[in-house]
Design a protein around this ligand. Sequence first.
Ligand code: RP5
Length: 178
Amino acid sequence: MNEKTALAASVIDQNTQPKVGIIMGSQSDWETMRHADLLLTEFEIPHETLIVSAHRTPDRLAEYAKSAADRGLSVIIAGAGGAAHLPGMCAAWTRLPVLGVPVESRALKGMDSLLSIVQMPGGVPVGTLAIGASGAKNAALLATSVLALHDPALAARLDAWRALQTASVANAPVTENE
Ligand code: RP5
């Protein structure tokens, strides 16, 4: 491979190698976690989405989290519901920032998920977001902010996204369906 081809290959690698990992405990979490996936896609951030369960696939979790930094990931977004150990156990295996999304559970409406994720003992942090789709969306925005620290083009896309959001808010409410 000549120098030019090698450079091109490395640029391609940089662009396609996932920078953010989205993991979730179950297929049933996808309805929530797809909101993170959608936003990262909108910001053109290479990312991967996988089902990794702390309880049902513990070896898969250990393997995933232990290899994450070496594989080039910068941030992990982990969503789980119920006894939601996934973000905490993931954080135990990696020094990468882990953002936890409490998925709304059927029995306790996500309060169980929230408390399981947020109450990490000092020493192993998980950045905990809101319950449900808002949490998934904000986790993606936080991951974008982190990556934007060293990526001016991404920072510009994030600024533009936020400006658009601001512009979309009306000054006064209107009565609908009257
Ligand atoms: C957790 O249990 C998952 O994160 C999911 O939110 C919850 C229920 O999983 P399923 O029984 O729907 O597979 O591990």
